[in-house]
Design a protein around this ligand. Sequence first.
Ligand SMILES: Cc1cc2nc3c(=O)[nH]c(=O)nc-3n(C[C@H](O)[C@H](O)[C@H](O)COP(=O)(O)O)c2cc1C
Length: 396
Amino acid sequence: MLNSHCFPPLVIRGRSLLPIVQGGMGVGISAHRLAGSVAREGALGTIASIDLRHHHRDLIELCRQSPDTTTLEHANLTALKREIHAAKALGEGHGMIAVNVMKALNAQADYVRVACENAADAIVMGAGLPLDLPEMTHGHDIALIPILSDSRGVALVLKRWMKKGRLPDAVVIEHPAHAGGHLGVGNLADMHDGRFEFERVLEELDTTFKSLGLSRQDVPLIVAGGINSHEAVRTLLDAGANGVQLGTPFAVTEEGDAHPNFKRVLAEATPDDIVEFVSVTGLPARAVKTPWLTRYLRHETKIRDKLGALRHACPTALECLSRCGWRDGIEKFGHFCIDTRLAAALRGDVANGLFFRGREALPFGSAIRSVHDLIELLLTGNTRPAVAARWSFSLG
Ligand SMILES: Cc1cc2nc3c(=O)[nH]c(=O)nc-3n(C[C@H](O)[C@H](O)[C@H](O)COP(=O)(O)O)c2cc1C
């Protein structure tokens, strides 16, 4: 654990943490090993709830024998339960373990229930407005953390939740021009809009908090997207953020739960390799232009014109999304199976996978370093010499 740094702690539901959050990354990119390793350092580690069965050989075998929606969903809930317990054991009581649930998922209520029943410390919800999260978690002592992108969204959630007598335990503010994965913006042309600038959101929220009779200590604010240095952490915390969330830099750590090829693709990508496109969720997303995505984007218009309005059977039977461009024939959405593509990336299948990534350079360049080294660099600016990696990769 890191004992000496100069920043105030991030306090969530009475727990004092390092002001560093590891963002949830599906499918399987942030499972127990990454989240538990981050928690062990005294920070907040996040398990992405979506489709965790890929890390469990017995569950994959079960799904092969009975490839129906009920078996697949049940396998994923079992996997989530196992991952929460394993992460908490690895964290040895330090830090916090959160479960990330995307609002856009069909099984969101089940994932939230499993997180509550298995003593996760927090639920982090994005990819949609988590207006009903307080009801979904009623009676459980668990921190609730929405992900939003501008002050208007935060104000809306605050007002609705206050009517139910609940405040968020923190809010993540994710910048769509920098972050990896799905982006919180209606269309791509908007992502550089000034309303997403961290300093502006923090300033506007000062006014919002005052008008709602809240003090800034009531709801810690965590900024996310493109944070890659000690200087950036210092600037953002000085500007009034209470913590910073990183995705891509944690995905490529030794403890990251994905195949080494996944980490290599992300770590070695140059700015020209990174692209934004419309996902099957209807939201814009950011990823590396690997062979499959290059092919898809080359034919995107043709695919949309020919197949865009046609409905298809769900290729995996998981029915992961409540609205899917491919399954439901929604013309302006993307048209591919996101679960198949993200699972291929997790396995290190460079030819066929979809590799989500943030836009900015990484703190250690293309080097793969440990969670401890990353947190130390972010909080102190110090880098120690690399030591041989201690982690190996296995699925199941
Ligand atoms: C590979 C990858 C997968 C991601 N998956 C999710 C996810 O399942 N749910 C989510 O809320 N955010 C997801 N994100 C966003 C991260 O949690 C984080 O907020 C974001 O990547 C921060 O930007 P950075 O990558 O520049 O640090 C993902 C990001 C990456 C790189």
